[in-house]
Design a protein. Structure first.
Length: 486
């Protein structure tokens, strides 16, 4: 087994990655609540529309080389430095394109202010290009502690500046300043906490080798990002910026939870699975564990969040944001299966099947575009509900290739997660019904949270769910210091 494959490294990696995501996103969550009380839905709608274009550009800049660095069996300083220079060159080209296209974007959405916002916010492409290489180094070495410190420092400092600017009346520019500062601080602190430094070295043959693997991931990521953000672009154009702001705010809550665990799985599972790529039976064992554990953790949070949505929005955001409740509930359904999808796709990458990964993305997006076209004339809430239905359908598509590659059938997958699905559904129903007995507001929300946790843990214990026993023993072993090297 390689140095990336030990049990303690996987557990420690997951711990620090979850700490990083949980800590930074926890900070960002608090900051977003403060900003939501200072800013309007229209201002959030504008920044989220611009961020769609910047996010798509970031995918092109990072161009699949980060994953290629992690997947590569042996990688040295020349590999990292070569990718560093390629990423910076791509950032310069894409920034130039966005700079020139900014007036057209502003004209399309009939908002002249967007021209300056696009040009300034696109600056994040340059630190983003460097951060992708730093993240690849961290993933290969599984030294996630430095990344945790860096991300939390960036979230805290940028959030403080954003709130201060919003308080001072800068409006949407408070969100722009927050985004730009986050990337700059993250890059700077990573240079302190991560030992890798770029060198004056460039190896075209190594770039070409990694590109043969990475271009398929680039295309797949680009297709996925384009489609994921297509709904936001359509909402912003067909409806209005207020609807866009309400939709993005409702989506924020489930996305925050799922992204935390999902990105942890993605960052840690790829190097761990790649270390086992010559042993498919070990890849299968680790994949099943990742799916069962992530579903056991995520499903009850999504069920509880959807059931307590009214009180949550009222307490955290205030009465003016109550229109985001149905979007929040629908997004919970859409994000519930996301960690499971990530685990299935990371298994493909670890086995070197980026070609299958790309084909999957194309098939899913064809299905998604058909659903989008059929639902465009519906109301905004129905439009997003159809999107959630499409996301659920894609779960079966993502799992299909692993039937052949690893012998992991869709029937076996659903048998693995069914106990957590049923227990989460019962818990969600209990929490939802409790809203008729508990008072609205803070006390009601607290009661719903405690009731949901108690019901889920009790049912998991009384039914002896395998994932519950596994996590209980894992935490106990961690606290006792008895996790042994394997």
């Amino acid at each position: 087994m390689s140095e990336r494959g030990t049990k303690s490294q996987i557990i420690n990696g997951l711990f620090w990655k979850v700490m990083e995501n949980g800590g930074s996103q926890g900070i960002q969550f608090v900051i977003s609540i403060l900003l939501a009380r200072l800013l309007s839905a229209e201002e959030y709608g504008v920044i989220n529309l611009v961020l769609i274009f910047v996010t798509i550009a970031n995918v092109i800049v990072q161009n699949g080389f980060g994953t290629a660095l992690v997947q590569k069996q042996e990688a040295d300083g020349r590999d990292y430095s070569s990718v560093f220079f390629v990423n910076l060159a791509a950032a310069a080209v894409i920034y130039g394109v966005l700079y020139l296209c900014a007036p057209m974007i502003a004209a399309f959405y009939e908002n002249p202010q967007m021209t300056a916002i696009v040009r300034i916010l696109s600056v994040v492409l340059f630190p983003g290009a460097i951060i992708s290489v730093q993240n690849a180094y961290v993933s290969r070495t599984m030294e996630f502690k430095g990344l945790c410190i860096s991300t939390m420092a960036a979230a805290l400092s940028s959030g403080a500046v954003g709130v201060a600017m919003a308080w001072a009346g800068f409006g949407v520019w408070a969100l722009v300043g927050q985004q730009v500062l986050y990337y700059l601080v993250l890059m700077g602190v990573l240079f302190i906490t991560v030992p890798w430094r770029p060198a004056a070295a460039f190896a075209p043959e190594r770039v070409e080798s990694m590109f043969r693997f990475g271009w398929k991931l680039l295309c797949a990521s680009l297709v996925d990002t384009l489609f994921t953000n297509l709904y936001g672009l359509v909402v912003g154009k067909i409806y209005d910026e207020n609807t866009m702001g309400v939709y993005s705010r409702g989506e924020q809550f489930p996305k925050l939870i799922v992204t935390n665990l999902g990105t942890a799985i993605q960052a840690v599972m790829l190097p761990a699975l790649s270390a086992r790529q010559t042993h498919p039976e070990q890849v299968l064992s680790l994949l099943r564990r990742a799916i069962k554990t992530s579903v056991f953790l995520v499903l009850p949070m999504m069920a509880g969040l959807a059931a307590a949505a009214d009180n949550l929005v009222l307490v955290l955001l205030g009465e003016k944001w109550m229109d985001c409740v149905p979007y929040l509930q629908i997004s919970c359904l859409a994000y519930a299966v996301w960690p499971m999808d990530i685990a299935n796709l990371q298994a493909l990458n670890a086995m070197g099947r980026s070609d299958v990964f790309l084909k999957l993305e194309i098939v899913k997006k064809v299905v998604g575009v058909v659903i989008l076209l059929l639902s465009m004339k519906c109301g905004a809430v129905t439009f997003i509900a159809w999107k959630a239905a499409g996301d659920f359908l894609c779960t079966f598509i993502n799992a299909w290739p692993n039937q052949k590659l690893l012998g992991y059938s869709i029937r076996q997958l659903w048998r693995d997660i069914l106990p957590a699905v049923l227990v989460s559904a019962v818990m969600g129903a209990v929490v939802y019904c409790s809203r008729f007995l508990l008072p609205a507001g803070f006390l009601g929300l607290g009661g719903q949270v405690m009731l949901g946790v108690a019901v889920y843990l009790f049912l998991s214990w009384i039914l002896r769910l395998e994932s519950f026993s596994y996590l209980w023993n894992l935490v106990w072993d961690k606290l006792s210091g008895r996790i042994s090297e394997q």
